[in-house]
Design a protein around this ligand. Structure first.
Ligand SMILES: C[S@@+](CC[C@H](N)C(=O)[O-])C[C@H]1O[C@@H](n2cnc3c(N)ncnc32)[C@H](O)[C@@H]1O
Length: 207
């Protein structure tokens, strides 16, 4: 099944599924690492139904929310109906629908392990940052749970943190830092025989 079809299909259940995988501690960590300021502009890339956006709204930022799934975006629009702080854009990892040097922050939670070419996706998120802007990625550490590819459409089985650091540096980011979120991503295989418990990293860098 193609990635976009998969996400279109699970969009109505995504909030419930996500809550079973990981908690809001992931969002809190990402936002605290970025030290966000009200009034600034943030991009939520691979926004899904707006997990990261919700925290940005609460902190008074303007948000450009990008996703490849129209159904995810329409679920998100319903959730945040009436809020004019969010600009929704349908777009792909390889060419984000945002002009160069537009945003103060770019966030991507649990997005990188779905994209085709992760280092290119990092370069593309760096492109949209203003000089001095901050990229924060929260995603899975390298793991061995193949069923996540079969059942959850994962393309990559997490990432070694050394690769993430190198890709950030190759994108031209400085002050690159990697840390544990202090939270695991948990999922059981459909037959119940496997239980994944995977560390989550937070990576940040400044343009
Ligand atoms: C696992 S969900 C995470 C959603 C959200 N960030 C969250 O934390 O709840 C991954 C999201 O990335 C989007 N996505 C996956 N591959 C993409 C791509 N190549 N371009 C744009 N969006 C993509 C999916 O449509 C989906 O909404």
């Amino acid at each position: 099944m193609k990635s976009r079809n998969y996400f279109d299909e699970i969009a109505p259940q995504w909030d419930r599924l996500r809550e079973s995988f990981f908690s809001r501690a992931v969002k809190d960590k990402a936002l605290s690492v970025a030290n966000v300021h009200p009034g600034r502009i943030a991009a939520d890339i691979g926004c899904g139904t707006g997990f990261i956006t919700e925290g940005l709204v609460q902190r008074g930022l303007k948000i450009i929310a990008v996703d490849g799934s129209e159904v995810m975006l329409s679920e998100m629009k319903q959730k945040f109906a009436g809020l004019d702080l969010i600009d929704y854009r349908l777009g792909e990892a390889g060419r984000l629908p945002i002009q160069d040097e537009t945003v103060d922050y770019a966030f991507a939670n649990m997005y990188l392990h779905h994209v085709e070419v992760p280092p290119d996706a990092i370069k593309e998120m760096t492109r949209i940052l203003k000089p001095g802007g901050i990229l924060v990625i929260t995603d899975l550490d390298e793991h061995r749970f193949e069923f996540l590819k079969r059942e959850h459409n994962d393309r990559w089985m997490g990432f070694p943190r050394v690769d993430i650091r190198r890709w950030f540096e190759e994108a031209g980011l400085r002050d690159v830092a990697l840390d544990c979120v202090g939270e695991n991503c948990c999922a059981a295989s459909s037959c119940g025989s496997e239980h994944a418990k995977i560390g989550i990293f937070v990576a940040s860098g400044r343009k």
